[in-house]
Design a protein around this ligand. Sequence first.
Ligand code: PMP
Length: 425
Amino acid sequence: MNYSRFLTATSLARKTSPIRATVEIISKAPKDIISLAPGSPNPKVFPFKSAVFTVENGSTIRFEGEMFQRALQYSSSYGIPELLSWLKQLQIKLHNPPTVNYPPNQGQMDLCITSGCQDGLCKVFEMLINPGDTVLVNEPLYSGALFAMKPLGCNFISVPSDDCGIIPEGLKKVLSQWKPEDSKDPTKRTPKFLYTIPNGNNPTGNSLTGDRKKEIYELARKYDFLIIEDDPYYFLQFTKPWEPTFLSMDVDGRVIRADSLSKVISSGLRVGFITGPKSLIQRIVLHTQISSLHPCTLSQLMISELLYQWGEEGFLAHVDRTIDFYKNQRDFILAAADKWLRDLAEWHAPKAGMFLWIKVNGISDAKKLIEEKAIEREILFVPGNSFFVDNSAPSSFFRASFSQVTPAQMDLAFQRLAQLIKDVS
Ligand code: PMP
C-alpha cells in the first residue's frame, strides 16, 4: 500500500530527532560502549532509591540498583524493548495479523507503546487528518476521540449502526456517493479512514460482529480507506469465543489498532499500544520523539515485570477474572434497570465494556434532566448529546457506567432516576 496519500503535511515533515536517535542506538549497543552522547541525567542524584510492588497473588516486583535507575531514566520512544516484544507476541497470538511477515515497507505489522491508547489515537489523528478531509464514524462515539478529531477540521460522515455495531449495507450506501477510483483524486475527498470502537462501544456498549467486520473490511479495500480499530474494551468481552478483529483480517496493512491496559492492569500507569503498518507506526514514534519523548519508563517496567512473571497464560487468566467482575456488574445494572426503569426507558444488554446506554421514553431532550435535575437528586450520568458530532442536537439518551458502583448503589440510583422521570413527565 502507498500510505503517502493518507498522511498530513505535518506528519510528512517529521524527521528523526538527532538526540533521540542516540538513545535508540545506545539501547541496542554493546554494554561496554563509552557514550558521551546522551543528555540523560545521572540517576545517582535522584532521591528515590528502591520500590517494591506487591501483586494480588502475594508475589512482589522489586526495583533497586541498576534496574531502578533504569526505571527512573529516559528510554526509547517506541517503548522499552522487553515490553514491546511481549506485546508483539501477544498480538500475534490473539490476532495472527497476515502482515506479520510482510516486507518492512509494505505494511509489515509493527507496534509502539504510548501513554495510554488515547495518546496514540491523538497522534494517529494528527498523522492523518488535514482540514476538509472526510472521516467515517459511527455515532454516538467516544467523546475523547471526537474531541481529538474535531479541532483538526475534518468532515464527519456518520455511518448507520444498530446494537450489533455498524450496518455494512448502511456503510455501502454512504460510500456509493463515490466511485472506487475516486480515492486516487484528492479533490474528491473520499474518506481517509473509518474510526470505530468494535467492542463494548463507549457509550453504547454495542459490539460489532465478525461477519460485519469482514464486509466492512472489504469495503475499505474497495474504496481504499484505513480502519482505526479503537479497542480498549477488547479484554472486557463477556462471551467467548471473542469475535475476530479487523487486525486479524488485515491482508493489506490498512488497520491501525489501539489497545489499552487501562481497564485490566491500571489506568493511571498510562500504558497503551498501537499496532499497525510499520511505516505509520514510525510516524507516530517520530511524534512521540518531540512530544513526551517516550511513555513512562517506570510504568512500562512495572507492567513488563508483571507480564513476564505471569506469562501469557497468567495474563489471560487475570483477564478472565476481570471479565467475571464486569459481567457481574453488567448483570447487576441490568437487574436494577429492569426493576426501576422498565416502562420509563429502553436499553440493550452490553456484550462488553462498562457502559449501559439508556433512552428515556417520551423525552426528546434529556440533557437538562441528566445534567441538572439528576444532580439535585444526587445521581450523576453523562448526557447522550456529548457523544454526537453535533452536540447541540437534542438526545433522549444518557450513559451509565457500571464499573465502580455497588449493586446497592445501582439500585438506589435507578430508583431515584425513575422517580425523577415520573416527576417531570
Ligand atoms: N478509546 C476509548 C473508546 C475509551 O473509552 C478510552 C478510555 N476512556 C480510551 C480510548 C483511552 O484509553 P487509555 O486509558 O488507554 O488512554
